[in-house]
Write a protein that binds this ligand. Structure first.
Ligand code: UDP
Length: 421
């Protein structure tokens, strides 16, 4: 039910050559002020999805800066819990409906059991970060110790939430000392400054196998080992199989582009499914139906028999593609966008949520609202190699300035500092 993970990995020194100096100086200073304190980041899945991706790198970075940091994976035993929390996720991103009494009972009971377990195991921290709606009731159910600071970090897109469900859940935020959102427009107006909120957009780790530079030849070799033709143009979307990632719109865009670029191939990479996302298989089946046996649409789901690690496969597809898509209709941030931009790819992304904050339309990528527009941009990038390279350089630089991991570490430490008495 509770898994304590002490990730080991790279240290602060490894990032020095990659980042603006003022950011590195600020991070060192902030970290010094937290020496001797203990941070815990809790989320609900070991791997799969953006939050797990961030925490596996953030934890060793913080420890290497001298801030004792641990990760706690909270995974209630009741299998219904993740059905309910995925529904809450969907409702908060704007799905129709409401929570039934039975769903609420499962939600609060399961989080309550975890809160009790944390207490009975004597797990303590000076600063807690509870990530995402799965853990939103935690502060109301866990006894508060003296001096402890507790944050709720919301990674989802709250641009157009289901109003009834948002209203029902907002009181839970009042038990936290601070709230963190990825964009200012996600902050619900009802919070009205109590508790204080912080804007902490996610960021990527440039030093993982997923994001380290990979030679094009090597990338093409991995793509070929996955069954694609390395000599034909490749378009990729890397995403969990999730309704909001709009894999159907991606297929429509590919079909549109194929009229002008025969031989184009599409990869939908959803190898890292999260344990807290029970809908993936259903979405995959619908994607396969919609692909109607097209041999040039490759949907990857089962992580068996892979020619390489998942991280290196993601890297290879992002590196080898002529166009990388993230055609979401809601997106809290979309790490996949920065991941591809860091590799010099101008991403074609849905004009929503966190994607809008990463892509400057026409400068370092394209923002699109329809599959046709997306298809047009694919053709545009394939036909204009020099534009692709120029936008790709701008994409990499904007990620270097704004979306590399140490910046997120600064955001979290600044937020904690402002609340520590
Ligand atoms: N991911 C992966 N393999 C896959 C699909 C996704 O490793 O087959 C990773 C992806 O590279 C990214 C994370 O899962 O690091 C997804 O984060 P994002 O913020 O894009 O979306 P989320 O899943 O959190 O909605």
């Amino acid at each position: 039910m509770l898994l304590r993970i002490n990730h080991s990995g790279l240290s602060f020194d490894d990032y020095l050559h990659l980042l603006p100096k003022d950011l590195l100086d600020e991070l060192t200073l902030l970290a010094d002020s937290f020496k001797g304190m203990r941070f815990v980041h809790a989320n609900s899945t070991v791997s799969g999805g953006g939050v797990a991706e961030i925490l596996q790198s953030l934890v060793p970075l913080m420890n290497s800066l001298g801030v004792q940091t641990e990760r706690l994976v909270v995974s209630p035993d009741d299998p219904e819990f993740f059905q309910v929390t995925k529904r809450i996720h969907n409702l908060l991103q704007g799905a129709q409906g409401s929570l039934s009494e039975q769903e609420s009972e499962v939600y609060y009971r399961c989080v309550g059991e975890v809160a009790k377990e944390i207490d009975s195991r004597g797990l303590e921290a000076d600063v807690w970060f509870f990530h995402d709606p799965q853990l939103l009731p935690m502060a109301s159910l866990m006894p508060k110790r003296n001096g402890e600071v507790r944050f709720w970090v919301c990674h989802i897109d709250l641009t157009a939430p289901n109003a009834g469900v948002l209203q029902e859940l907002t009181p839970l935020t009042q038990h936290f000392d601070g709230l963190a959102f990825s964009l200012p427009e996600f902050v619900p107006s009802a919070i009205n400054g109590h508790p204080p909120h912080y804007i902490t957009p996610p960021s990527i780790d440039p030093l993982t196998d997923k994001n380290r530079p990979m030679e094009k030849e090597e990338a093409l070799g991995i793509v070929a080992a996955m069954g694609l033709d390395p000599n034909r143009p490749l378009v990729t979307q890397v995403s969990r199989f999730d309704y909001w990632k709009d894999p159907w719109g991606v297929m429509d865009a590919y079909r549109w582009a194929r009229k002008s670029v025969p031989g184009i191939q599409l990869a939908l990479l959803g190898l890292s499914q999260a344990a807290d996302d029970p809908e993936a298989l259903g979405v995959l089946h619908s994607v396969k139906d919609y692909a109607s046996g097209d041999p040039d649409i490759h949907a990857f789901f089962y992580p068996d028999d892979l020619p390489d690690s998942i991280d290196r496969i993601v890297n290879a597809f992002q590196t080898a593609s002529v166009a990388v898509l993230q055609k979401s209709t809601r997106e809290g941030f979309g790490l996949t966008v920065s991941e591809a931009m860091w590799k010099g790819q101008p991403v074609i992304g849905g004009n929503v949520g966190g994607i809008k904050t990463q892509i400057e339309d026409g400068v370092n990528g394209f923002l699109v609202s329809t599959p046709e527009e997306c298809g047009e941009r694919i053709v545009h990038l394939i036909r204009d190699e020099s534009l692709r390279l120029q936008m790709g350089d701008a994409a990499r630089e904007s990620v270097r300035q704004r979306f590399l991991l140490p910046r997120l570490a600064v955001d979290y430490l600044r937020a904690a500092q402002s609340l520590i008495a």
